[in-house]
Design a protein. Structure first.
Length: 87
């Protein structure tokens, strides 16, 4: 297992209205965005093979208590898009 460092916590307003979530995946890093603002970057533990998108609310067992405390039981997805950069 590889530690990738702390992610920002306390992101406010995510339970209100619709938001866009994005992942920019390059051979060097993953960059995570919410509403076009970068909130995390990861440079270790990267995958270099094709992957499938899975939309899930599943959390590791050790975080289940956190999920039950504040997370809703459902989420809505309007659409999913995948883009590939031209080489």
């Amino acid at each position: 297992m590889v530690s990738v460092g702390p992610m920002k916590s306390g992101l406010k307003g995510l339970n209100e209205g619709y938001h866009t979530f994005a992942l920019e995946w390059t051979p060097e890093k993953y960059s995570f965005f919410i509403d076009s603002l970068k909130y995390h970057e990861q440079t270790v533990g990267l995958s270099h093979i094709d992957q499938y998108i899975i939309l899930s609310m599943e959390l590791p067992e050790k975080l289940e208590g956190i999920k039950r405390a504040f997370a809703p039981d459902t989420f809505f997805v309007d659409y999913v898009k995948v883009y590939k950069k031209k080489k």
